[in-house]
Design a protein around this ligand. Structure first.
Ligand SMILES: Cc1ncc(COP(=O)(O)O)c(C=O)c1O
Length: 522
């Protein structure tokens, strides 16, 4: 009891400290040590014994949502080419497309936006952000960019030459697109466990160290400009890597003299899972875990739309040489070096958001809601990626829709079907999100996933229960879901604006069954 009290007291003290000092955190070391508690997350044990992810925040600004009738949802799908990116939010009830730019902002972030210093060059907002980058990410130099893919563009233009190979723990769509645009190729080097949907492995995002070493020896150091590690591999279920694995990757990078680049877009959540799952770090604060990870990378880049619940992005390093190699590309592609295409208001929100990444009760909220949903679905036998990762709940469409061949995009079909029966918008993370090879052939994804993103502090637990309910119904009626085919396919990043159509009248049949079971209910 005493421990519990101490925990919540220290926890509250952390938050007050953070709130008061977010713009002048003079004594970050003190803050870091205060938060180094074994359990400082948002999960609370109820009298019943159940552990519930409790909302440790209150809702002070709300946005009304509409659950439109299923007939309208079908029309919306038809208008949007059965592509959830092309739906209008007026037709969407729970928007689980992504956490990118959709995390709830804190009162302190919004307050900070009012002190924005509008200036083309030398804005004080930039210097406040630079300080946050120095302190939270431990990097001296920072190049602002308007979002994550802009960092990928700059890094690829600077370092990727035709024929180059980039080993990584997994690709992200935009990283792959920029690397291939510059003539390079991506090589994913994971352990087999990463591709298993159901697993107990705590770090499915780990780089396969033996394969990495052998790969560099076989292909030659001169063809490998950098190794890319992605925190919480987005496309294979938001699975983290361990710090031990990053240490091993660093050792290999040093052995061959290759740069190590860390995609830190989902770093906070990866750090949280390190604390939960890696014995050595169970008593370490998130701040120290984050610094341990960033300290091993030559370059850290990120999408601030994710990392700091704002907009923007960045590239950071402690190497003056690297900074100089990249510096000129920022004004060329983004904007002057003290704003990089980001609005100064967002720069302020980003600085505060970076400090808030150190708050474990905040960072734990999304992964704990995800774990709640994943475990509930898993208990019902609904195929989801386990263990629960970050970013969202990932439903295995290959198994959910095992009657749909991969040529008919089972993950795309599942996303469309789920929107139809629930108004919930997920994202296809399967073959539709893949790009064709250089000969124009389909490259089928390793996994066909429907991702239901859980932006930070946006949904309530009853909304999560609605997700569980409608997905359970759909699972029981899964034989009614049919495939999709492309009718419009853009040459690059086709999943964003591509258009598809159902291969039969399955949406109408699914709607008829919905009416049979739910009557007039929405
Ligand atoms: C791991 C990862 N890297 C890079 C990006 C690209 O960031 P942005 O959408 O800000 O361009 C994303 C976006 O979702 C991501 O998840």
């Amino acid at each position: 009891m005493k421990d519990l009290w101490n925990n919540s007291f220290r926890n509250a003290r952390n938050i007050i400290y953070l709130a008061r000092n977010y713009y002048k955190p003079k004594n970050l070391t003190k803050f870091r040590s205060m938060s180094s508690l074994p359990n400082n997350s948002s999960v609370v044990k109820f009298y019943s014994g159940e552990k519930i992810p409790l909302e440790l925040h209150k809702v002070r600004v709300v946005q009304k949502l509409y659950l439109v009738p299923i007939e309208r949802r079908l029309e919306a799908l038809q208008e949007g080419g059965y592509n959830s990116f092309r739906l209008s939010t007026k037709d969407v009830f729970l928007d689980m497309l992504t956490d990118s730019g959709t995390n709830a902002m804190s009162d302190n972030q919004i307050a900070a936006m009012f002190q924005a210093d509008d200036a083309y060059a030398g804005s004080q907002s930039f210097y406040r952000l630079l300080k946050a980058v120095n302190e939270v990410l431990g990097k001296e130099f920072y190049l602002p960019v308007h979002q994550g893919r802009a960092a990928e563009n700059i890094l690829s233009v600077a370092y990727v030459k035709p024929g180059n190979l980039i080993p990584m723990n997994y690709h992200f769509t935009t990283a792959l697109a920029h690397i291939t645009q510059n003539g390079g190729s991506v090589v994913e080097l994971l352990y087999d466990e990463a591709y298993r949907i159901k697993s107990q492995h705590p770090f499915k995002g780990n780089m396969n160290i033996e394969k990495l070493d052998a790969f560099i020896q076989e292909k030659g150091v001169e063809n490998i400009p950098f190794i890319r590690m992605e925190a919480s591999t987005n496309l294979i279920g938001g699975q983290p890597f361990s710090i031990q694995n990053l240490r091993d990757v660093r050792t290999i990078a040093d052995k061959y003299g290759i740069r190590l680049i860390l995609d830190a877009s989902l770093l906070g959540e990866n750090a949280y899972l390190v604390k939960q799952r890696e014995e050595e770090f169970k008593n370490t604060s998130l701040g120290e875990i984050i610094l341990t990870m960033t300290g091993m990378a030559d370059i850290v880049y990120f999408s601030a739309r994710k990392l700091s619940s704002s907009r923007g992005g960045g590239i950071c390093t402690n190497s003056k040489t690297i900074y100089r190699e990249l510096e000129a590309l920022v004004p060329l592609y983004e904007g002057f070096l003290t704003y990089g295409g980001i609005s100064v208001r967002e720069i302020e929100a980003m600085a505060v958001g970076l400090y808030e990444t150190l708050d474990e009760t905040m960072i734990s909220q999304s992964p704990e809601f995800i774990a709640y949903l994943v475990n509930a679905l898993d208990a019902k036998g609904i195929p989801v990626v386990t263990p629960a990762g970050v970013l969202g709940c990932h439903v295995d469409a290959m198994s959910f829709c095992e009657h749909i061949p991969q040529t008919q995009y089972p993950a795309g079909a599942l996303v469309a079907a789920f929107f139809l029966v629930s108004g919930i918008r997920g994202m296809e993370r399967g073959s539709v999100s893949n790009q064709r090879d250089e000969n124009g052939n389909e490259t089928y994804a390793d996994m066909e996933l429907m991702r239901l993103a859980m932006p930070r502090r946006v949904f309530t637990l009853s909304q999560v229960k609605y997700v569980e309910d409608r997905l359970t119904w759909l699972y029981d009626n899964r034989h009614l879901i049919g495939g999709l085919r492309f009718v419009y396919e853009p040459p690059v990043l086709r999943f964003f604006m591509g258009g598809l159509e159902p291969v039969s009248d399955w949406p109408q049949q699914l709607m008829a069954k919905f009416h049979k079971d739910f009557g007039d209910s929405l």
